[in-house]
Design a protein around this ligand. Structure first.
Ligand SMILES: Cc1cc2nc3c(=O)[nH]c(=O)nc-3n(C[C@H](O)[C@H](O)[C@H](O)COP(=O)(O)OP(=O)(O)OC[C@H]3O[C@@H](n4cnc5c(N)ncnc54)[C@H](O)[C@@H]3O)c2cc1C
Length: 407
């Protein structure tokens, strides 16, 4: 019986295990952690957005410059296939108001439990606390030898095919530490540096602002950055900004910071009013009212939104109502840096597509395939991350079958 070693028991690796065990291979899943799917479970804490219900064309456009590569995987395992697959595990889904698809129970644990049970019944062996140390030795018979650090010391195993599904580099405490970047780099695999994706940003708030507004949501604003223009909300933190709207715009803002050392996002703090309407209201006589009270009474700017104006409208323009109206519609918020990779929802960068063939096998390490977030693609939140991880796990597993067949 042919054997496959899958290193990394997240969504991508487990999906590969399912496909390979279904084809009759002996499958062993190795993971450095003491349980599988930790990041998947963490994703379940915020509802587990499995996929998205929008039309396929729109769905694949979310993968930006890597659309062509990811589309090939998704054509073989579509968002609808994923919903059907979850149903097969007893997990019914629903479409939320935003079009996002969630399990009815809004968590990952029932799905993961059912899945692990099914994999166990299919004969998949799981080896926990087995940390792969980055070495792969090609044997004369075409198999690979792999070394793992285990609680019982170093262990070497041999497998006919290997799938690496080691995840990205964020939330290292859940297992995906990104250490593999260095190892694969040394093996001559082209790996793009891991970068934060769906991440927050540092903003140099004044001590007053950060003390007063730390943790406050900024609701219903429009964020503009380059082509990006979207209404939503985000949160002020002591360090800067985080949350869904900022994450959605984060790829472009991150790249701008990488290229030029800084980026400026523009906020429309009053999307339901035009600049002319704001100007008209602000121009009403202020009388003896303070500026704060005038802003609140005339255009409803108070709390954290008024605080933002105080932070970023130049002092000498604050009393000029035309300028103030302009700034309410286009407030520049300078971003100093991305928050660290470890805090990001996901990683950009990873194993370059140049290093992989169509089956996701490493061109210079025959018999070793890669899948999941460790590949060089990124996507916004919305279920796009998990969908592509699952789909790529299937592609790599089918690649193993094809490769075995050819040998
Ligand atoms: C807070 C949060 C919320 C999220 N919510 C969503 C969401 O709602 N929808 C969505 O689509 N995506 C979401 N994501 C992203 C999604 O969870 C990941 O993209 C996905 O889990 C990646 O799957 P993967 O299989 O590629 O890697 P991972 O899930 O990271 O699994 C990699 C596995 O490899 C193991 N490993 C790493 N190195 C080694 C080694 N050297 N030896 C042995 N084992 C190793 C790790 O322990 C881990 O188990 C969220 C992420 C976070 C952090």
């Amino acid at each position: 019986m042919k054997t496959a070693a899958i290193i990394g028991g997240g969504p991508a690796g487990l999906m590969a295990a399912e496909v390979l065990s279904g084809h009759g291979l002996q499958v062993d899943v190795y993971d450095s952690m003491s349980s599988l799917g930790r990041k998947f479970l963490m994703a379940g804490k915020s509802g587990l957005n499995l996929t998205h219900s929008e039309p396929f064309e729109k769905f694949v456009s979310r993968y930006g410059s890597k659309k062509q590569e990811v589309e090939k995987w998704l054509l073989k395992f579509t968002p609808d296939d994923l919903i059907e697959w979850a149903r097969g595990l007893g997990v019914e889904t629903f479409v939320g108001t935003s079009g996002r698809v969630f399990p009815k129970e809004m968590k990952a644990s029932p799905l993961l439990r059912a899945w692990l049970k099914r994999l166990d019944a299919a004969g998949v062996h799981v080896h926990l606390r087995h940390k792969w140390m980055g070495n792969i030795t090609a044997e004369d018979d075409g198999a690979s030898s792999l070394a793992f650090e285990t609680p019982d010391g170093l262990k070497t195993v041999k497998a006919d095919a290997v799938i690496l599904s080691l995840g990205g580099g964020s939330w290292a405490r859940l297992g995906s530490s990104g250490e593999w970047v260095h190892w694969l780099d040394q093996a001559g695999v082209k790996v793009e540096a891991l970068k934060p994706s769906n991440c927050g940003f540092d903003v140099a708030w004044s001590p007053f602002f950060k003390e007063k507004f730390d943790g406050q949501p900024i609701k219903s604003v429009v964020l503009t950055f380059g082509e990006f223009h979207q209404q939503g909300e985000f949160i002020v933190t002591k360090e800067g900004v985080e949350g869904s709207l900022v994450y959605a715009a984060s790829a472009g803002m991150r790249d701008e910071i990488l290229a030029n050392g800084k980026a400026v996002m523009r906020l429309d703090l009053a999307p339901d009013k035009t600049e002319a309407q704001l100007f008209e209201k602000l121009s009403k006589p202020r009388g003896s009212r303070s500026m704060a009270s005038h802003l609140e009474k005339t255009v409803g700017m108070k709390g954290v939104k008024a605080g933002l104006l105080r932070e970023f409208v130049p002092k000498d323009e604050f009393a000029d109502m035309a300028r103030l109206a302009f700034y309410i519609k286009q407030l520049p918020v300078p971003l100093a840096a991305t928050r660290p990779l470890d805090e990001a929802i996901s990683s950009a960068g990873g194993v370059s597509f140049e290093s992989l063939d169509e089956q996701l096998m490493l061109k210079n390490v025959p018999g070793v395939f890669c899948a999941g977030e460790m590949l060089d693609w990124e996507a916004p939140t919305g279920g796009y991350l998990l969908t592509a991880c699952f789909a790529s796990g299937r592609v790599a597993a089918n690649g193993v079958m094809k490769w075995q067949g050819n040998r």
